[in-house]
Every structure is written in C-alpha cells, then in structure tokens.
Design a protein around this ligand. Structure first.
Ligand code: GLU
Length: 491
C-alpha cells in the first residue's frame, strides 16, 4: 500500500439525467476511469437526479448504454451496486438531511422563506441599479419563521442557504490548471423547498461518503468549487483533489452544445456508425495531443499507461470531425472482417435499419465486408454500398451519370460478356475475371476500363462499386446474367 492518502484513487462520474447524454459525459468518464485504472482504484457512476424539474426518465438508461457501448464501464453504480449504495441521489435523501441540520446548528446555514417572486424582484432591482455585489440580500438570516412571516414576499416552505463568510476561500489548487481563483460565492441554496438537496450539498456529501479522492469534472464547475470547499471544511472532512477539464469546443471555438451540434449528443456517434474504439481514441486526443514521437492512434490501455494530469490541455480542445472520421476508417480497417461484420450488424440493429436481418442479408453482408472494408468511413454507409447485392434484378436502376459512361460499343461488350459468362463454371471471382478479360480485352481488343465499365453499370446501376469480380461472385451467376441482359435489351 502507498502512503499517499489519495491512492488507490476513487473517482466518479456524476451525470444528471436531464436528457440524452452529452459527449462531455463520456469525456469525463474517460479521464476518471483512466486514473482509477492507473492507480488500481475504483470508478463509480453516480446519478445526480436531485433536480426534479429537469429529470428525464429515459436518460439514465441512455447514460448506461452509451458508456457501456464505449467500454467505459464502472465498478460501482446504481445498476451494479457497491459498498456505498444507493448510487442514485434521489434514493439518498435521508442521508443529506442530518448534514443540513448540522450546518444550521453550527450557524453555517440558515432558513430562507423568501418567495420566488421576491427573489426575482430582488434580482431585477440589482440588475437595474448595476450593483457590483449581487445575490441574496440575507433578509431571512437570523429570523425565526414567525418574524419572517410578518414581512412581504414570504412563503411557507423554506429553503436552506449557506452563510458564505466574507473571507470565504476562493483559491484552490487544480490538478490540471495549478492555482485557480474563483469568484466569491453567493449564499448558495443547499436544501430546496421540495426537500431535495441541491447539487452543491449532495455532491459534497456523496463524494465524501463514497470515499472519492479526485473530483474530475468540467470547467463549468470551477466557480462552484469554493462553496464545496467551504462545505468540506464546515463538515470537518478531507478535501479531495480537483481537476477541471476544459469544455469541448467547435472549430470556431464556440462551446459544443446539444442545442446547436448534433455531435454534442453522445448517441449521435453511435447512430452515425462510429466505432466505440475510434470515439474513445478521439476523446483521448482531445485530452492532450500525443507528445512528439508518440502515436495518435492509441487504445484505452495505452492511454492509461501514459496518463498524467499534467499533460491535460487546459485550452478548450477543438472537436474536429475530420480527425474522428480518419480514426474511424483506421479502426474499421484494423478489425478482422468477422468482427467488422459483427459491428456493422450491431450498428444496423441499433439504428433500426436492419432490426432483424434475414439470413440472406447476413450472408451478403459477411461476404461483402472484405470488399468494402478498405474504403469505409462510417458503418452507416454500408447499406447503400451493398444495396445492389440485395436488390432483386428488376430493382436495379441505372443512374444517369452511370449511363453517360457507357461507350458506343456497350452492346457489343454486354453481348460478349453474356456469352462468356453463361456457361462459366465454377463461379468464382478469379474465373469471372479471367473469362471476361479473355472475351473482352484479349479477343476483342477493348481497353479494360471500357470493357468492364458496362458490366459494372449493368450489375450495380452505378459508376462506382465495390470490386467488380468479387461482387459478381456474391451476386451469383443467374442475377449477373439477368442484369447484363436487362441493360442490353434497353440499349
Ligand atoms: N451532476 C453534475 C453534472 O451533471 C456533476 C458535476 C460534478 O461532477 O461535480 O455535470
């Protein structure tokens, strides 16, 4: 065992189930998990569902399934349990209340009966008069309920606020940023009128009780950290280490938001047909670019081995989808054809494109995977690429641009191809290629491009297709002949 009290580390990701998960949830999970693995510690998933007005029931399952898809699994969490269960804050309400009472008894917190209307008016006045110090005016501080009830803007259900001292600590040490200074906080609400704690109280109580050693989260929480540090001090608890990761940005430096960018939704990557390995590698690169001489392509195990907080970029990493596409192509090519076909089938089932593929679809897909692997960028491109192999012969439509490439002697080419292929046996791509080459190029002196072009157009309907002879093999002799004859009849 190490003497370092922060080792082995316990880290957590603590998403709020407010909609389908943001890509930032995966980004945070990656770094939390990396440090947990590097130190032989644990990674916890905690669901922070105390904001009932923003709660979306499906969201939790989406968090589970997208993080599992990325293989960023947790050691403890709502669905797998663990020594500090429950891991859903709405199931821990009894846990928070005694700490609220303790803070009130110690004079660090107080009841506030101000109505939402009064608070809104106060805010409007402060804004209108451009006061330098804004925030709650402490009207309720030091009053009993009955005293407060005499004054206007009273509501029966109070909230509880922190009494932030004048000299509240605002500076702290951040693992990736070094010394950080945040603005002086307002008298933060810690218990809401509905009896639920706010994020600020719940996060501190849970991080403490769950033994979290490192709080790794987005930079938007820097301004909250002084409040959290005060709560730790008041409650007499050790303060964890903090690492605030930079927000992901678009190429124009704006923040990635779910409202504006489809790519802010984690599930978007799965819908588009990215491989989880590619997305994880991409998120790793957003954390920090590889040092000189190091590879951009690195799996999670390699990332963990080299991981260090001091390497993390503090400037908002730019979300460059070209890089992700490149990585996806790389990982697609690095899979065995069997595993790639499995990944394609899994993707098409997930998107509902092929919810229950037929045996023929599976056969054609598996046979065609080696043909398309080289040039594939996204798994979602597959159905269009192999559609001609699954269509019936009368469904093949010759695209205009494909028809325009047909040479003047296309009828001669098609007749010769038909004749040569009619009796070919066995029907293998090498035999098909040799036969067509002999009949068209050698016997008739046609240039290969002009010889095979009409065959491709007849069979696929397009100018470009996966490798021709292999495609003809998969398609089969009868369909090949039928498609050649159909185009021939129409010329
Ligand atoms: N529930 C917060 C969120 O959704 C967690 C912030 C934190 O990690 O402390 O971002």
């Amino acid at each position: 065992m190490s003497d370092d009290p922060l080792l082995p580390a316990r880290l957590r990701v603590a998403p709020s189930p407010t909609g389908d998960p943001h890509v930032g949830t995966a980004y945070m999970s990656l770094f939390n998990l990396a440090w947990a693995r590097k130190t032989g510690g644990a990674f916890v998933l905690r669901i922070e569902d105390t904001d009932r007005s923003r709660y979306v029931p499906e969201s939790e399952q989406q968090i589970f399934s997208t993080l599992r898809w990325l293989d960023l699994g947790w050691d403890e969490g709502p669905d797998v349990g663990g020594p500090f269960a429950p891991y859903r804050q709405s199931e821990r309400l009894d846990t928070y209340r005694p700490f609220v009472d303790q803070l009130i008894d110690q004079g660090h917190a107080y009841y506030c009966w101000c109505s939402p209307e009064r608070l809104a008016e106060l805010r409007a006045e402060q804004q209108a008069s451009k006061q330098p110090v804004t925030g709650y005016d402490r009207l309720c501080w030091g009053m009993t309920r009955d005293e407060r009830a005499q004054l206007p803007g009273f509501t029966e259900n109070p909230v509880v606020r922190m009494l932030i001292p004048e000299d509240a600590p605002v500076a702290f040490e951040d693992l990736v940023r070094g010394p950080v200074s945040a603005p002086h906080p307002d008298d933060q609400v810690i218990l809401k009128a509905d009896g639920f704690p706010t994020y600020h109280l719940a996060v501190v109580v849970d991080d403490h009780l769950m033994g979290i050693t490192h709080v790794v989260r987005g930079e938007e929480w820097i301004s909250s950290t002084p409040k959290h540090i005060l709560l730790y001090r008041w409650l007499g608890w050790d303060i964890p280490a903090f690492a605030h990761m930079p927000l992901l940005r678009n190429t124009d430096k704006s923040k990635i938001s779910k409202r504006k960018n489809p790519a802010a939704r984690l599930v978007w990557f799965r819908e588009q047909g990215y491989l989880p390995q590619a997305l994880v590698n991409f998120l790793q690169l957003l954390g920090y670019p590889p040092a000189e001489g190091e590879q951009e392509v690195a799996d999670f195990a390699q990332f963990v081995a080299g991981f260090d907080w001091t390497k993390v970029n503090t400037v908002g990493p730019v979300f460059d989808l070209d890089k992700l596409n490149w990585l996806n192509g790389h990982y697609i090519r690095s899979l065995s054809t069997e595993r790639l076909a499995d990944a394609i089938l899994e993707h098409l089932a997930f998107t509902g494109t092929w919810p229950q593929p037929s045996a023929e679809q599976v056969r054609v897909l598996r046979a065609a995977t080696p043909l398309i692997q080289e040039r594939l960028t996204l798994l979602s491109e597959v159905p269009a690429k192999i559609a001609f192999l699954l269509a019936s012969d009368d469904e093949i439509v010759i695209a205009d641009d494909a028809r325009a490439t047909l040479p003047p002697n296309a009828t001669e080419v098609l007749d010769a191809a038909l004749q040569a292929l009619e009796t070919l046996e066995p029907w293998g791509h090498d035999e098909i290629q040799a036969t067509l080459r002999r009949a068209l190029v050698e016997d008739r002196g046609i240039k290969p491009r002009l010889a095979f072009g009409p065959v491709r157009v007849a069979v696929t309907g397009s100018r470009v297709s996966p490798p021709l002879f292999e495609s003809l093999e998969i398609l089969g002799q009868a369909s090949t002949l039928e498609r050649l004859a159909r185009l021939r009849r129409r010329l």
